[in-house]
Design a binder for this molecule. Sequence first.
Ligand SMILES: [Zn+2]
Length: 131
Amino acid sequence: MTRRRREGVPSARVSAGQRALLLSIARTDASFERMELQGRPVWVGRCIHCNSRLVLESDGKPVGSVTVEHLVPQHAGGTDDPLNLALACARCNHLKGVRQDRDFGRDPAVDAMVERLLRKRRARWRDAEDA
Ligand SMILES: [Zn+2]
């Protein structure tokens, strides 16, 4: 995949900036709750696509794979506005995310999917929770 770097990377290599971005999305996504996992404070929420469980450590480091999804792709004018960003599991990021990027604006079914995801993100929106 060369056209655009997907943002899922192994946990050990997640930069401080990336962790801050992951956290900022979790804080504004009402599917994410603060919980304890094996004695550690974590955020647990849901993939924007498939609702599978996503876990971030309290500093934003993904437990397993958590990726940032631009709902409207960047090449189609999608911005870093928090309402255009959502968290996705790696599987969805690689399957649905790639299709979204490639076919947005060209395939009405993909445009409708993106519209649904934007509505889902807005429905899950909350004002940022403090860490
Ligand atoms: Zn998923």
